[in-house]
Design a protein around this ligand. Structure first.
Ligand code: NAD
Length: 300
């Protein structure tokens, strides 16, 4: 391996430390404790794990964590009523509705019912528009984490060629907006892109957010490029024993690390940054709600 390893686990711990310091100051100087409400509808096992770890880390940085666990058959009206209550609650600064929602609930309607100022996932249509027009917004956590790692590694990203593989609303599109905001020349590649290897080979920065195990091989990577692997894919790992699995990203780590200048691992890269950025967004939302200075370096 020749690439520098960008250690998301260590970086995320640093971000959580900064958030904790800011929370401590808010509480000591202003008597304010940021509050994050997480709403989970149903019992999807993966969502339950995410919600538990979000709650634990929220408390660890000194914020209030409020969890609302609703039955799988909760009506849209009841869910919207809960969100309206949280919107009006001055002790709640961030609201996150865990996705995916059960099929009978309209995800867009639910997300757009959250007060944009409390939309710490950055999925509300107002925040999407603000980000797209370069205005102050709540920024989706996963792309924000990727941007923080890129800025930390490179300093300025100005003028760099960036290729984002994937055009989802939660990762690909906001990632492209953020890179554009930092003056990269951005290409968004997707399932219909012609000659993807050639497109990726032009990039100084590659962000892979596809959801296909190890689909980007090393010979697509320009020597010295920075590779950010957002993908989380579970594959069989017979080497660990019968029936065992392991997590891999969207890039083939070994072959890409032999060519890239820097690369994030999976696990331990983008993943830990996502929750750290959720906490960062909550403290940012709290500061904005109270007309106080925002923490440095924790927003786009
Ligand atoms: P998605 O399914 O919504 O979007 C996938 C995108 O990949 C689509 O835009 C599609 O056009 C593109 N795509 C599909 N096949 C392609 C191909 N062959 N070539 C090029 N592009 C192709 O997925 P998502 O929600 O954006 O998530 C992407 C991956 O990132 C998943 O593995 C997901 O688990 C992971 N993820 C990780 C985190 C984290 O915290 N690390 C957060 C969100 C998503």
């Amino acid at each position: 391996m020749t690439a520098t390893l960008i250690d998301g686990k260590e970086f995320a711990a640093r971000v959580r430390g900064q958030v904790a310091e800011h929370v401590a100051r808010l509480t000591a100087d202003h008597g304010i404790k940021p509050g994050l409400a997480v709403v989970l509808v149903g019992e999807d096992p993966a969502s339950q794990v995410y919600v538990r770890s979000k709650g634990k880390m929220t408390v660890e940085v000194g914020m209030n964590s409020v969890e609302h666990k609703l039955d799988v058959d909760t009506s849209e009206a009841d869910l919207l009523a809960l969100i309206a209550k949280l919107n009006a609650d001055p002790a709640i600064h961030g609201i996150l509705v865990q996705l995916p929602l059960p099929g009978h609930l309209d995800e867009d309607l639910v997300i757009n019912s959250i007060d944009p100022a409390k939309d710490v996932d950055g999925f509300h249509i107002s925040n999407v528009g603000l980000l797209g027009t370069g205005q102050k917004s709540m920024v989706p956590c996963t792309p924000l984490g990727c941007l923080m790692m890129l800025r930390d590694h490179h300093g300025s990203l100005s003028g760099m060629d960036a290729v984002v593989i994937g055009r989802s609303n939660i990762v690909g599109k906001p990632m492209a907006q953020l890179l554009l905001g930092d003056s990269c020349t951005v290409t968004i590649a997707h399932s219909r892109t012609r000659d993807l290897p050639d497109v990726v080979r032009r990039a100084d920065i590659v962000v892979a957010a596809v959801g296909r195990a190890q689909m980007v091989p090393g010979d697509w990577i320009k020597p010295g490029a920075t590779v950010i692997d957002v993908g989380i894919n579970r594959i069989d790992a017979p080497e660990k024993g019968a029936g065992k699995t392991r997590l891999v990203g969207d890039v083939d780590f070994d072959s890409c690390a032999a060519v890239a200048g820097a690369i994030t691992p999976v696990p331990g890269g983008v993943g830990p940054m996502t929750i750290a950025c959720l906490l960062a967004n909550t403290v940012t939302a709290c500061c904005r709600a109270n007309g106080l200075a925002e923490p440095e370096g924790l927003t786009a």
